[in-house]
Design a protein around this ligand. Structure first.
Ligand code: TYD
Length: 208
C-alpha cells in the first residue's frame, strides 16, 4: 500500500464495530502494513473523564459532554505522544473506533446537529477520514447484545436513544454527502462476512 490512510469506524453501541475495527487492523497488519488502531473516547485525561460520565459516576449537561468529546478528539489528533497526526506522519494507517460522526449522531439526540457539526469543523480541517465505515445493525439487536454483555448499561444504551442515534447517523451522512466518504455495511451478518465487506470497501478505496 503506497498511501497511508485514516479510517473511522462508526456504529451504535452494540453494533460490533470495535470487533470489526480490530479485524480490519489485523488484516492490514498481516498484509505487511503499519497500522495504528485507536479509539474515542480515548485513554487520555479527557477520555477518562468521559468514561466516568458514560458510567453515570458524574452527571453534567449534554452540551458540556459534547464539548468534552470535541476536546478529547482534538487531543486525540494533536497530542505529541501518540496523536493521530503524529502516527500518520510516521507512516501508519490509522483506524479509529469512532470519530466525529459519533458526535453528530449521539449529541444531536439532545441538540441541533448543525451546531455539533460546526463545533467539530476544526477536526475536519485538521484531518478528514479517507473513509468512514458505518456498521449498521438494527437497534433492537444492539440492545439485546448490550443487555447480554453488560451488568449496567451506559448513558446512551437504551432502545429509544439507539434508535435516534441510528437515524441521526443517516441524517448526518446525507447532510455531508458532498464532503465525506461513507460506506454503510450491513452489520447484521456473520462476523467474517461483515469483515469481508469492510475489506472490500477498503480495497476499493486503495485502488482509487
Ligand atoms: P463505545 O465505542 O461504545 O465504547 P465501549 O465499547 O468501550 O463502551 O463508545 C462509548 C460511548 O461514547 C458510546 O455510547 C458513544 C459515545 N460517544 C459520544 O456520545 N460522542 C462521541 O463523540 C463519541 C466518540 C462517543
Amino acid at each position: 500500500m503506497s498511501k497511508n490512510l485514516f479510517i473511522a469506524i462508526e456504529g451504535t453501541d452494540g453494533s460490533g464495530k470495535s470487533t470489526q475495527a480490530a479485524m480490519l487492523a489485523q488484516r492490514l497488519t498481516e498484509e505487511g502494513h503499519k497500522v495504528h488502531l485507536t479509539f474515542e473516547p480515548t485513554n487520555g485525561h479527557i477520555g477518562k473523564l468521559l468514561r466516568s460520565i458514560l458510567k453515570g459516576e458524574i452527571s453534567i449537561d449534554q452540551k458540556a459532554i459534547a464539548g468534552l468529546f470535541l476536546a478529547d478528539r482534538l487531543d486525540h489528533l494533536l497530542n505529541t505522544q501518540d496523536g493521530i497526526l503524529k502516527k500518520m506522519e510516521e507512516g501508519y494507517t490509522v483506524i479509529s473506533d469512532r470519530y466525529y460522526f459519533s458526535s453528530y449522531a449521539y449529541h444531536s439526540v439532545y441538540m441541533d446537529m448543525d451546531w455539533v457539526i460546526a463545533c467539530n469543523e476544526m477536526c475536519a480541517q485538521i484531518l478528514r477520514p479517507h473513509l468512514n465505515i458505518f456498521v449498521d445493525v438494527p437497534p433492537e439487536v444492539c440492545m439485546q447484545r448490550i443487555n447480554d454483555n453488560r451488568e449496567t448499561p451506559e448513558l446512551y444504551e437504551t432502545s429509544d436513544i439507539l434508535r435516534k442515534v441510528r437515524a441521526n447517523y443517516f441524517t448526518a451522512f446525507e447532510k455531508l454527502t458532498n464532503r465525506e466518504e461513507v460506506r454503510i455495511i450491513d452489520g447484521n451478518k456473520a462476523i467474517d462476512a461483515v469483515s469481508d465487506n469492510i475489506w472490500h470497501s477498503f480495497s476499493e478505496l486503495l485502488s482509487l
